[in-house]
Design a protein around this ligand. Structure first.
Ligand code: CTP
Ligand code: CA
Length: 223
């Protein structure tokens, strides 16, 4: 009876999950970021853990409570997240649920920018490294399965399918984040799983249930 406890469909598999936003500093007290509670990424990490995987959870500064029973790596910026991801490799599968800021401020001020006589700051941006694309395109040591996310407001399937090809990942979990869906910041998610050979439309369900279904698919794919 006790033997079953050590198992699980992902026993012996090492899996990486990125989650939360990244913060890109403007100065020591200000930053730019995407909206992300970290709830869906955290739920995915927990589901993978519950299936017996060894999970490395790389998270930006998210509100969601940190999951237990796994290695948690806290980062701030996209640059730091990429470094933490590279340090966590090799893994059997990687799920990139983080809402990474696309741009960083090229020269963040080292002291607080002050309002001086109505003069407005002008920020210059550089594009952040694409962590998902970097890992997807690795020549050696690429995870067997690379899963990205796509939060879209228009033409969800079309945009997400194009994104899958552009980034070179195996699957994309796509969701419709138009404000009227109420998905953003809520407890539920309605996603489409986009694979090379087709698209699965999942009904709207709790984020924990989305996570469990995704963990099931990942276990099947790695088996
Ligand atoms: N992603 C990443 N590194 C980045 C940007 C995005 O790893 N610098 C990952 C996200 O974690 C997600 C996927 O790429 O899994 C898609 O992110 P998204 O922002 O939808 O893609 P972009 O290519 O940035 O496209 P968009 O112009 O729509 O923001
Ligand atoms: Ca983006």
């Amino acid at each position: 009876v006790g033997l079953a406890l050590a198992g699980g469909p992902l026993a012996g598999k090492r899996v990486l999950v990125t989650s939360g936003p990244t913060h890109e500093p403007i100065d020591p007290v200000r930053y730019i970021a995407n909206r992300s509670s970290g709830a869906q990424g955290t739920a995915i990490a927990e589901a993978l853990r519950d299936f017996g995987a060894e999970v490395v959870f790389v998270t930006g500064p998210a509100d969601a409570a940190r999951p237990g029973g796994m290695e948690v790596v806290e980062v701030e910026s996209a640059t730091e997240m990429l470094a933490a991801v590279e340090a966590a490799l090799p893994v059997h599968a990687a799920v990139f649920a983080a809402a990474v800021a696309d741009w960083r401020v090229t020269s963040a001020a080292t002291s607080k920018i002050k309002k001086v006589g109505g003069k407005l700051p002008v920020l210059e941006f550089a594009e952040n490294p694409d962590i998902l694309a970097t890992v997807s395109r690795m020549k050696t040591g690429r995870p067997d399965l690379v899963v990205g996310f796509a939060a879209e407001t228009d033409d969800v399937i079309e945009n997400a399918s194009a994104k899958r090809l552009r980034k070179g990942c195996d699957w994309i979990v796509a969701n419709d984040v138009r404000p009227e869906t109420g998905i953003m910041g809520g407890d539920e998610n309605a996603v489409h799983l986009i694979m090379e050979d087709g698209v699965e439309d999942w009904p709207r369900m709790g984020k924990a249930e989305v996570a469990k279904r995704l963990a099931e698919r990942i276990a099947e794919a790695l088996a």
